[in-house]
Design a protein around this ligand. Sequence first.
Ligand SMILES: *Cc1c(COP(=O)(O)O)cnc(C)c1O
Length: 398
Amino acid sequence: MPEQLAINGGTPVRATKLYYGRQWITDEDVKAVAETMTGDLITCGPKVTAAEQKLCAYTGAKHAVVVSNGTAALHAACAAAGIKAGDEVITTPLTFMASANCALYVGAKPVFADINEKTYNIDPASIEACITKRTKAVIPVDYTGQACDYDAIRALCDKHHLILIEDAAHAIGTSYKDKKVGTVADMTCFSFHPVKTVTAGEGGAITTDDDELYHKLALFRGHGIERDPANMEETPEGIWVYEQQMLGYNYRMTDFQAALLMSQMERLDAFGARRKEIVKRYNEAFKDMEELVLQEEIAESDTTRHLYVIQLNLEKLTCTRAEFFNAMSAENVQCQVHYIPVYLSPYYQSLGYQRGLCPKAERLYERIMSIPLYPMMTDDDVTDVITAVKKLVAAYRK
Ligand SMILES: *Cc1c(COP(=O)(O)O)cnc(C)c1O
């Protein structure tokens, strides 16, 4: 007899809720933020510059521009790439909407390529099938932190003269073929939202090796205003002179956020190592269960995993994904689903995107959930998650 599930009145696997992700803030983080608060500049000051240098040192990229959030990073990258009305941008539907919204922000059309059903990342063959004369850029997403097939994607971009913008919101710390994410694409966008691997509260960044793109990104973050006389079109009358050279936004990050980011980055490798340990335990616990399908790991990606996704093999289970998800909640293991395919949202439907566009992404969406993965989890927490998954599988096994 399988154990009574909590959702049916049994005892939950644990007494307190575990969430799928959360930040880890230490006394050092608090101190770093507090010190900045009493400095001369609390925005656009030395911590922002230092955080950019730290991102360059960590990733190996030539330039970094820190911005207010990951969505702003994607918007800035699309603007710097010169993407505009009439252009098309290819991305994956299995992502947070920001990866596609950024194309809409600059007037372009997001085009959705389907995923590889094993790795869940965008499928290069599907990208190729989506390329038209209007295509300007590809925005692959390193889903769960695993790098996409960048050799194939780069070859397509070179062949068709497309800009490669990597949405690495999940992937700081990951390497593709020994190159750190941040140096693989033309521009790489990061997010420092609290559930991501390192946080600034809110924050984002773009890295690039290209001097011209860097200059545009920096202008775009600050209203398009140039303050360096060397880059001005007219000889300045005096030191107060500034020139607005393009339409930009206020996408600045504060110095106290940058201080938090730098303090967090001190522990990025430790966070990554702990995430890897947890992933290893989950992989070992679940690998022989035919009721579950695990995300395939590619050898080219040394992955700092942001999310751990289990796929239900619904043919072997008597429950639906919703039932499994709700039963996990009742066991006090709060999962999340990443993601509802972007174009299924009412807004994208109103733009004319239709169900059936990316059948592999739609099929996967019906079967997945992300189980808790964050470095502050204890070994006992990890054991509880494994126990809950096994308890449910035993109860719902056909
Ligand atoms: C979190 C996230 C973003 C957006 O980042 P914000 O900092 O929340 O604006 C973009 N793309 C993906 C894949 C994300 O997970």
